[in-house]
Design a protein around this ligand. Structure first.
Ligand code: P6P
Length: 332
């Protein structure tokens, strides 16, 4: 007899019963995202077969070439969230400004609709990242910029979808992290990774070492430590860097490890965006028992000042982040 399968929708409804006074709007919003993810997954899986690979020939606010699947994912998520009616506004990596939705909605969403898009054409895992906050502006009025610039610790939910060897949706509403694997035979995300806890130590570190000449002295000393060259003489760690944040963070979340995109010469704030990449993934990592900082401050405590701002990020196994901070902040 097969074990009972718990679908994402069933799980969300079960969890909602833990909050008897919940109106169900957040549950409904999460289901809207799950639906969009299934439709995006379908397009990604046939990307090699139809003309949706490649670039649209346009660039986004990051001055990055917009891939056709980026556009499709962005439009699908916006459509699904607008149709659901629980969201009053969306901030997306693909849109210069936020997208107003239903003024009666109680929540806002920030998202990177398809992170790692440079990997789309070469069949490497990519991901969708999302964050949900209660709006701070008055329900019934137009959403405002301040709604999107809340500190990450105000998130009521966050998650990602990884389109990899299998497609998974991993999310938290503040009571732990759960992972759901898409079963294409029934078109449902099914609970497969209950209550994910990230190991407090790990054997992988993820960073683009191609930029070492631009890193600080302390960070390079940490990398020497990782490779077994320091006086601490540790067993060298494995370098795993896919160049797709969701894929690197997902592996490290499950197996243990640290993901770093640091400040560097020419890019003091690094590359990754605070509002719709680092905040949601930091929320999840903390919910799974890990740590997320900019080498000095907790990511979730940073005060955003504009939608597309960037931040250095060190996130993953708690003891690994602390070790990296020790090297980077060592008194010269
Ligand atoms: P680099 C993908 O473009 C992305 O935004 C993240 O998914 C990834 O971790 C990072 O950039 C890779 O950047 O500079 O190492 O190619």
């Amino acid at each position: 007899m097969r074990n009972k399968v718990t679908t994402l929708d069933e799980f969300i409804i079960q969890k909602q019963q833990d909050f008897p006074f919940a109106s169900g709007d957040l549950s409904s919003l999460l289901r809207d995202i799950g639906l969009a993810a299934k439709i995006i997954n379908r397009e990604i899986n046939k990307a090699g077969l139809v003309d949706i690979l490649g670039s649209t020939g346009t660039t986004n606010v990051q001055d990055e070439e917009v891939q056709k699947l980026d556009d499709f994912a962005n439009n699908q998520l916006i459509f699904s969230l607008k149709a659901g009616g629980d969201c009053c506004g969306i901030a997306s990596e693909e849109n210069d400004d936020f997208v107003p939705c239903n003024p009666s909605g109680k929540y806002i969403v920030t998202m990177d609709p398809l992170d790692g898009s440079s990997n789309i054409d070469v069949n490497v895992s990519i991901g969708t990242i999302f964050s949900i906050y209660r709006r701070i502006s008055e329900v019934g009025t137009g959403v405002e910029t301040a709604d999107f610039l809340q500190k990450g610790k105000e998130q009521v939910a966050a998650g990602y979808v990884i389109y990899g060897s299998s497609t998974m949706l991993v999310y938290s509403t503040g009571n732990g992290v759960n992972g759901f694997t898409l079963d294409p035979s029934i078109g449902e995300f099914c609970l497969s990774h209950k209550d994910i806890k990230t190991p407090e130590n790990g054997k992988y570190y993820s960073i683009n070492q191609g930029y070492r000449s631009k890193f600080s002295k302390g960070l390079n000393e940490y990398l020497d430590y990782c490779q077994g060259f320091s006086d601490e003489k540790i067993k060298p760690l494995g370098l795993r860097y896919i160049g797709s944040m969701v894929a690197d963070v997902h592996r490290n979340l499950i197996k243990g490890g640290i993901f770093i995109y640091p400040s560097m010469q020419g890019n003091p704030k690094g590359k990754l965006r605070l509002v719709y990449e680092c905040n949601p993934l930091s929320y999840l990592v903390e919910q799974a028992g890990g740590k997320a900082t900019d080498a000095k401050q907790r990511i979730l405590e940073l005060q955003p000042t504009e939608l597309h701002e960037r931040t250095p990020v060190y996130l993953g196994s708690k003891k690994m982040v602390e070790k990296a901070e020790e090297y980077i902040n060592k008194k010269k």
